[in-house]
Design a protein around this ligand. Structure first.
Ligand code: SF4
Ligand code: SF4
Length: 89
């Protein structure tokens, strides 16, 4: 497989839609199958009208993110949305 090293996907943040998330916890898998850097964790989050357990991205560790987009592709509810850096051409 050829991957571009001149134009890697640079992730500047990861957004999680707490309303879509069904708490399947696939993204908390520590063996790296979901996220090779294990960048998701469980926390209390605000949902519409209530506070509940939800998933958060380890924003402090964003420098570890490889931009592989596995998280976006693997979430069964499509609740994870990587925000990519858009370079102006
Ligand atoms: S994989 Fe998606 S639906 Fe499952 S807990 Fe993580 S964010 Fe929620
Ligand atoms: S893009 Fe890859 S490394 Fe970054 S959070 Fe998603 S699965 Fe993890």
């Amino acid at each position: 497989m050829v991957t571009s090293i001149t134009h890697p996907d640079q992730i500047i943040s990861i957004k999680i839609d707490h309303e879509k998330c069904n708490m399947c916890e696939n993204c908390l898998d520590e063996n790296g199958k979901f996220c090779p850097k294990n960048l998701f964790y469980k926390d209390i989050v605000k949902k519409v009208g209530r506070e509940e357990e939800g998933i958060r991205f380890k924003f402090k560790e964003i420098s570890k993110c490889q931009g592989c987009l596995k998280c976006e592709l693997s979430c069964p509810e499509r609740a994870i949305k990587p925000v990519k850096f858009e370079a102006e051409i």
